[in-house]
Design a protein. Structure first.
Length: 457
């Protein structure tokens, strides 16, 4: 569910996820193949064309059959490319949708060029009626036009003028002749922007929101509601190091409560961030808490001191005695809580992380932990949400519980929990999102470490 675009109110304009994952099965890649060949692209020994997105977001190998893509690499926000992603099923939904837009764009080029490739000419018309009625020219000062054209040029999109709403929810790329939107980059849940989607191929409900925003503009209020896009602030390792040095001098460390459904990658992000920091920011003090108490059995790969493993009777006794922080049940027969004495001792010397997978109980744990730490004179707890395409959570769950007969139920529960977390983000909850998409580890690490640095004292 997307919020409406309001001129004077900050909103999260999120792309609807529905239908994105099914688009590629209906695409005909003959046009993309022909376009790639015209650019002297290499051909693999088994006949795949190496395709490179001219806007610089994605590379892949394209076959001749509909939907036949493989061996992707995605551009990360620090400018590096991911390792090879073997199949389209492992692509984040945003990039699956972007690939559809690339296909459609190439189809249009061939239709206009009247190539020998058979093309349904109706592809030229969908969605253009709304865009063609959104002429921004009367709302743009000359300095905004000049700055927007330069921004588009620097974004590998010459011939367009980039503008943004004042809340920086959307970047519109306007045709420099007609001043109507041709592309749109949309702010995602973690504050970064999507690749440039064709405006005419975005879901109709989103186009209508953009149309309502346009309808609210006038020459008088445009100066307050339109602006030039801004490059997102790059991860500054030197600045983060300076902040961490100051935190160590003050010896004030925080608890980072990392939440997200089972299989979403909470430990993956924490572990990868700690490993990266050990090499690049060695003075950062952070470790995974040993304060969690549970009555479940130890999982494969867990160390004896990863949790305090209690019998069901002992857990109940400690819960009733009030010596645990907010005991709760995560799944059938699985209960968790935290030992305040262990947690406070850990925070005396380091930042600490704990993880919670249940969206029904994390706010209770957060409130109870914050109250306990505040009484001890320790800094506020920080909530971090790990998110990714929910359709991929089953991969981790299958691997974790290969012999489980309750796999389907656990996948369903995992999706329900993540939906709860996302709902809290949409309603303005105190969550700092980190997107943990497959192979895009650099993005997740830098986002997580930035959150730590932003809350260092």
């Amino acid at each position: 569910m997307m919020d409406h675009i309001h001129v004077n109110a900050p909103v999260d304009v999120l792309l609807p996820r529905a239908d994105f994952s099914e688009r590629l099965t209906h695409t005909d890649l003959r046009t993309m193949r022909s376009f790639s060949l015209s650019q002297d692209s290499k051909i693999t020994s088994d006949g795949y064309v190496q395709f490179t997105d001219p806007k610089g977001w994605i590379t892949c190998e394209a076959g001749s059959k509909a939907g036949d893509f493989r061996n992707f690499k995605l551009k990360q926000r620090d400018g590096t490319w991911t390792e090879t992603i073997p199949s389209v099923e492992k692509l984040p939904d945003i990039f699956r949708e972007y690939l559809f837009h690339l296909y459609w764009e190439n189809t249009v080029r061939h239709a206009r060029a009247a190539t020998t490739v058979e093309v349904d000419k109706t592809v030229l018309s969908p969605g253009r009626d709304i865009a063609s009625a959104m002429n921004f020219r009367d709302f743009l000062a000359n300095n905004l036009i000049v700055a927007g054209a330069q921004y588009a040029q620097d974004s590998n999109m010459p011939g367009y003028i980039a503008i943004s709403d004042s809340n920086r929810n959307v970047e519109f790329y306007l045709d420099e002749i007609t001043y109507t939107p041709f592309y749109a980059c949309i702010r995602l849940i973690d504050g970064h922007f999507s690749p440039p989607f064709l405006f005419s191929q975005l879901p109709p409900e989103w186009q209508k929101q953009a149309q309502r925003f346009y309808g609210s503009l006038s020459p008088q209020n445009a100066v307050h509601n339109l602006c030039s896009p801004e490059r997102p602030e790059a991860f500054d390792q030197e600045k983060v190091t300076q902040v961490i040095d100051q935190q160590n001098l003050n010896a004030k460390y925080r608890l980072f409560m990392v939440v997200g459904t089972s299989g979403i990658g909470k430990d993956t992000v924490i572990d990868a961030s700690m490993q990266w920091a050990q090499k690049h920011i060695p003075k950062l003090k952070i470790h995974k808490s040993k304060s969690r108490v549970t009555d479940r059995t130890r999982r494969t790969g867990e160390k004896e001191d990863d949790n305090t493993y209690l019998s069901k009777g002992d857990f109940t006794q400690r819960a009733l005695s009030g010596t645990l922080i907010h005991p709760y049940q995560s799944r059938q027969d699985d209960r968790y809580a935290y030992d305040p004495e262990i947690l406070s001792a850990e925070l005396a010397n380091s930042n600490v992380t704990i993880t919670i997978a249940n969206s029904d109980h994390y706010l209770g744990v957060f409130a109870a932990t914050r109250e306990k730490l505040k009484a001890l004179g320790l800094p506020e707890t920080v909530l971090v949400l790990i998110d990714k395409d929910i359709s991929q959570t089953h991969v981790s769950i299958d691997g974790r519980d290969a012999a489980s007969e309750q796999k389907d139920q656990r996948i369903t529960t995992a999706k329900q929990y993540q939906a709860g977390f996302r709902s809290d983000v949409a309603s303005g909850g105190p969550l700092h999102p980190v997107i943990n998409n497959y192979m895009m580890y650099s993005d997740a690490i830098q986002r997580f470490l930035s959150i730590i640095a932003d809350h260092a004292e």
